[in-house]
Design a protein around this ligand. Structure first.
Ligand SMILES: [Zn+2]
Length: 294
């Protein structure tokens, strides 16, 4: 068997990982021309952040050799190992590492970090990077492309929970998040504005909440919404955001205060009108009484 054959065995592990909903990464450990450890990425299935394909394969190989030192062993991986896996490779004293695709986001064999063959570390190993790089990389790019498609169709269909966040060894999705509407879930006589509003400056928040567009029934309902938001967001708010929202509250109450006198005068006017009317009526009554008495 050749390097290519062993790396294909690692690719088969990666495909098995994908079939189980995991990011497709696979690895095998070879000793004396025999595969003594196989591993596939299983972080999701095992809820284990250390369950990278390489680690899983190293563990199996250690059990096979009944030794934590895996001397005279070659590790084949479909993706450039990360810092954790590179560290484990060093601890295992792996003699040779063959891998497929480089990992520009987390690779620790030269792409991002150079953990292996570090001048200050004793253990040195043979490195063969980039074997079947295209094929190994395509496994990942196809996987992430499919997931993006699933995500966007789920969004169109309004289905949640499909293609939700998964740990990746690749760049995070760059698709834009739709603007989230915030909902007070109570009647505040206000429209629920975009959640982003509450991330703005205190004066912008106060101004928006006082506007007819957000609070058609007046700024007081905007104040109720602000209070609901602060209570709901609660602990999730940073101290600075909390302070900004409190500032928004006092700015909004200032706006409410400047608007009050107007309504107060309006009330006074109507009151005065009714008093005048009443006075007129009583005067008229008195007058008619007087004339009937005559
Ligand atoms: Zn890793």
């Amino acid at each position: 068997m050749t390097d290519l054959d062993y790396l294909r065995a690692a690719i088969a592990e990666a495909q098995a990982a994908e079939a189980n909903g995991e990011v497709p990464v696979g690895a095998v450990v070879v000793h004396e021309n025999k595969i003594i450890g196989r591993g596939q990425n299983r972080v999701l299935r095992d809820s284990d952040p250390t369950a990278h394909a390489e680690i899983v394969a190293l563990r199996e190989a250690g059990l096979a050799l009944k030794n934590y030192r895996l001397e005279d062993c070659t590790l084949y991986a479909t993706l450039e190992p990360c810092a954790m896996c590179a560290g484990a490779i060093l601890h295992a004293r792996i003699t040779r590492l063959v891998y497929g695709a480089p990992d520009p986001k987390a690779g620790a064999c030269g792409s991002v970090l150079s953990v292996l063959n570090h001048p200050q570390l004793n253990h040195k190993l043979d490195l063969l990077p980039g074997l079947l790089a295209g094929e190994c990389g395509a496994l990942l790019t196809n996987f992430f492309r499919k997931r993006r498609l699933e995500k966007s169709s789920a969004r169109i269909l309004g289905i949640e929970g499909i293609g939700t966040e998964a740990p990746t060894r690749e760049a995070p999705m760059t698709t834009r998040k739709p603007k989230k509407k915030w909902s007070a879930k109570v009647t505040t006589d206000s429209t629920d504005p975009d959640e982003g509003l509450f991330n703005q400056s205190a004066s912008a928040i106060a101004k928006a909440l006082a506007s007819k567009k957000v609070s058609p029934k007046g700024p007081a309902s905007g104040m109720r919404m602000l209070n609901f938001y602060i209570n709901r967001a609660g602990k999730n708010l940073s101290a600075s955001r909390h302070a900004e929202l409190e500032k928004a509250k006092s700015k909004l109450s200032d706006i409410i205060a400047t608007q009050k006198p107007k309504t107060q005068t309006a009330v006074n006017k109507t009151q005065k009108k009714t008093t005048k009317k009443l006075a007129k009526k009583t005067a008229a009554k008195l007058h008619s009484k007087k004339s009937s008495a005559q």
